[in-house]
Design a protein around this ligand. Structure first.
Ligand code: GLN
Length: 201
C-alpha cells in the first residue's frame, strides 16, 4: 500500500488549481475530479471556493451530486473552503432557488454572511489542531456557521462567528488557505485522509 494519499479537487468551478498546488505541497497526489468514475478513485476530496450556486448546478448537471452524497455518507474525507463549506452544510440559510448541497456536516451555514459587512478581508485565525502561529485567514464574500450540531466540533471563530468546523472525516473553513501560501490546513486534511486510510486497511 502506497503511503501517499490521492486527493481529488472537485473541478466544476472555483479555485481548483490553487488547491491542487496546496495539496501537492502538503504531500498528497492531487487531481481534478469531475465525473463519478474519477470520484471513485480518490481517498479524499476538496470542494473549492467559488460560487456555491454554480457548483451546485453543475454537480447536478454532470451527474455527480448523488455520487458525491453517497461517498461522503460512506465516510470519504472531504474538505470544503468558502463555497465548499456551503456545499458541505446539511442546511444553508438564504439559498438561491434550487440550490442544493452535498451535506455531511451537521451545521447551518449563512451564505455571504461576512460579505454583507465586508466584501473581502484578511484576519489572523487560531485553528484548533494547527500548531504555531495563527493562520492568515482570507475571507472573500465568506459564509459563517450559524450553529453546529452535537457531532460537529468548532475549530475556529472570528469576531464571535464560527469559521472552521470538523465532523469526523469532514472539514470546512469559511476562509481560503489555498490562496495564502500557508498550507498547514491542507496538511491537517492530508493527515485526516491518511488516518482514514490506515483505519480502513
Ligand atoms: N459567496 C460565495 C457563495 O455563496 C462563496 C464565495 C467564495 O467561495 N469565495 O458560494
Amino acid at each position: 500500500m502506497s503511503t501517499t494519499p490521492v486527493i481529488g479537487v472537485l473541478a466544476l468551478q472555483g479555485d481548483v488549481r490553487e488547491h491542487l498546488v496546496a495539496l501537492a505541497v502538503a504531500d498528497a497526489v492531487a487531481r481534478p475530479v469531475r465525473r463519478p468514475e474519477e470520484l471513485a478513485e480518490v481517498d479524499g476530496l476538496v470542494v473549492p471556493g467559488g460560487e456555491s450556486t454554480t457548483i451546485s448546478k453543475l454537480a447536478v448537471l454532470f451527474g455527480v451530486m448523488e455520487p458525491l452524497r453517497a461517498r461522503v455518507r460512506a465516510g470519504l474525507p472531504v474538505y470544503g473552503t468558502c463555497a465548499g463549506m456551503i456545499m458541505l452544510a446539511d442546511k444553508i440559510l438564504d439559498p438561491r432557488s434550487g440550490q442544493e448541497t452535498i451535506g455531511g456536516i451537521d451545521m447551518i451555514v449563512r451564505r455571504n454572511a461576512f460579505g454583507r459587512q465586508n466584501e473581502s478581508f484578511e484576519a489572523k485565525v487560531d485553528v484548533l489542531g494547527i500548531e504555531g502561529d495563527a493562520v492568515e485567514g482570507l475571507f472573500i464574500r465568506a459564509p459563517w456557521v450559524e450553529s453546529v450540531g452535537a457531532g460537529a466540533e468548532v475549530l475556529a471563530e472570528h469576531d464571535g462567528h464560527i469559521v472552521a468546523v470538523r465532523q469526523g472525516t469532514a472539514l470546512a473553513t469559511s476562509f481560503h488557505p489555498e490562496l495564502t501560501g500557508d498550507h498547514r490546513v491542507h496538511g491537517l486534511f492530508v493527515d485526516m485522509v491518511r488516518e482514514n486510510r490506515t483505519a480502513a486497511h
